[in-house]
Design a protein around this ligand. Sequence first.
Ligand code: F0G
Length: 480
Amino acid sequence: MKIKLSDGRVIPIEMHKVKIVQKSSLPPISQRLDAIAAAGYNTFLLRTRDVFLDMLTDSGTNAMSDNQLAAMMVSDDAYAGGESFYRLQEAVHDVLGFQYCTPAHQGRACENLIARVLVKQGDVVPMNYHFTTTKAHFDMAGGKVLELYHDDALETDSDNPFKGNLDPDKLTAVIKQYGPERVSFVRMEATTNLIGGQPFSLANLKEISRIARNHNIPVVIDCSLISENAYFIQQREPEYTAWSIADIVKEMMRQADVMYMSGRKSTCVRGGLIATNDVNLYRKFSELLPVFEGFLTYGGMSSKEIEAMAVGLREMVEPESASASADLIEYFVNRMVERGIPAVTPPGGLAGHVDAMRFCPHIPQLQYPAGALAAALYIVSGARGMERGTISMDRDADGQEVPSDMELCRLAVPRRVFSMSHMEYVVDRLAWLYEHRHLVGGLHFVEEPPVLRFFIGRLEPIGDWARKLADAFIADFGNV
Ligand code: F0G
């Protein structure tokens, strides 16, 4: 939630109290310099003992509620027919309006099942934007991902409230070009992760759904950040200002034939979920579930997480939960903009994003400016972000680099974990880094896996810039 102060400022305000805390520490910059070298300049490979603020992701790192933790204590560990599953099924029905649900161990497991059931060799899969694991699964099933965003979606300095919209004209043209039988489904990602957590509007979803359904093409919504997308609809789409988050979510789900989610985000648990009202699709998912995940009533999740997901689904549509990270991100992004840091605007869900092409225009794209910025920010702050740029794209079938549409350094804001002072600290160190941006150089791979290379690939700085950057920092602040 946000609150207006007497001096006119609007600040994010926590509608919860902190009951359990975990100690964190800020290792000195000399230690951080060694740690990032040992991690191959890839923030995924850092150990958390070397990290002060873990802004790598909001996936599985959110603070759970007391009610979620309490529900975990009454879980039913039965291999088959466990009561925990039926409580999840009831929540799916009440919150999302779907009759059938399939648990899976996380979001990409849902993508695997959906790809196997719905994507045929030679198909196309139109979507508002791809996500890394999504594209990997649909590619492996022989499909081709088509990103049909509006032309201005990739502008990082923007006031378009719905950069996650899918362009209906482009969709109509694709259906005409390939024929509806070759379109596996249309996928809408609720806040497009890779272009800055940008939402789609409900009007756009309704239009896309109408076009798809007219051609008997299923609509699949990736609901990993559904509560944030619904919150942005309420905040930014005048027609829905008076609607509750719960009603907006239900209305969104009415436009979908299948929803799936990484439960690690909006529901604050470690798990995944597919839900539908289509019994035939449900049967197909169910046939594959025991092969890849586990029995129908646990699908690879622990029963404790299933209980917590049932509660998390109900809580994610409460206004306090849906706004918890979005409002802190808005504050974070606005502060970055005030300090002249090229942040992605408008603020999105999941993270504050810095545009590395504008931050470090001197670094060529194939020297990975976003990866370099993530490493540099870690060195000067101990905050660990994530590269979302060309490193996150894999090479094509001919081994050629595929330059990413955007070079973003993502600084995730997990729900109910960080405070305003954490945001102030990161903004301050980013501002210092921006003043010294000429000291940041590029990276090159020394170990490069062929698929999803961003996870475990190792890189090196081109030249000695990391040490020089640390020296300049120490000259200003000392070894902190
Ligand atoms: N879809 C979206 C939109 C996601 O953001 C993610 C994960 C997935 C699918 C895959 O789900 O991780 O549970 O298997 N995003 C994480 C992130 C990894 O850091 O943004 P998963």
